[in-house]
Design a protein around this ligand. Structure first.
Ligand code: SAM
Length: 197
């Protein structure tokens, strides 16, 4: 598994596939262990790097991970198989906003897909959060650009940063969830239902 993870890191670098920063996944793995997390939903598998590490955090963990890009989905399947985690990780090839979930609930929902759609993902998947569960989102600093929109020339990038800033406001002003912002890796948020604290 260690060799496969190293290969995946090399593949991600070569092919420009964004994968989670080491400090962020270390934080999430520790959270999984200390909070006895069992069922995880991940939005945005890419090549399976974070899914494999989360599944490896504890023997009881099961991960469902959703990816809409076919090449990455195939690569993810291959990597899950190489690690012998086919029973622990269910890889779904679909746009997360079109996925139909019924009769499932997750202790941890990890949002790590299209940054411009974070609020939509949160609003859709919060209904599948188990009591006491947590929604974790990655890339809230977006490589240091968040909060520095005015310095960015590219209109597309500015639009993306604007959406991440709006998501941060959405979390800060949320009446249902309390969110802690953790300054680790590229910045993550940890959101829990208010009445469950
Ligand atoms: N979680 C992965 C890791 O750390 O190893 C990295 C995920 S990468 C940052 C984001 C992925 O989300 C991309 O592979 C992209 O194709 C996928 N994605 C973006 N929007 C999506 C959507 N609406 N539904 C499913 N996958 C999506």
């Amino acid at each position: 598994m260690k060799e496969t993870l190293l290969e995946m890191e090399r593949y991600a670098k070569e092919k420009n596939v964004p994968i989670i920063e080491k400090d962020s996944i270390a934080y999430i793995m520790k959270y999984i262990k200390t909070h006895n997390i069992k069922n995880i939903l991940e939005i945005g598998s890419a090549i399976g790097y974070s899914a494999i590490l989360m599944a490896g955090a504890s023997p009881l963990v099961k991960v469902t991970t959703i990816e809409r890009d076919e090449i990455r989905y195939m690569e993810c399947l291959k990597n899950v198989k190489k690690c012998g985690l086919e029973k622990e990780i269910n890889v779904v090839f679909q746009d997360a906003l079109e996925v139909n979930l019924t009769n499932v609930s997750y202790d941890l929902i990890f949002i790590d897909a299209a940054k411009g759609q974070y609020t939509k993902f949160f609003e859709k998947f919060k209904y599948f959060l188990a009591p006491g569960g947590v929604i974790i989102t990655d890339n809230l600093k977006f490589h240091g650009y968040v909060g520095k929109k005015d310095l960015i020339e590219s209109k597309n990038l500015r639009g993306l940063i604007d959406k991440i800033e709006k998501y941060i406001d959405f979390l800060k002003n949320n009446e249902e969830f309390d969110t802690e912002f953790i300054d680790v890796g590229d910045g993550i948020s940890v959101s829990k239902r208010k009445n469950e604290k």
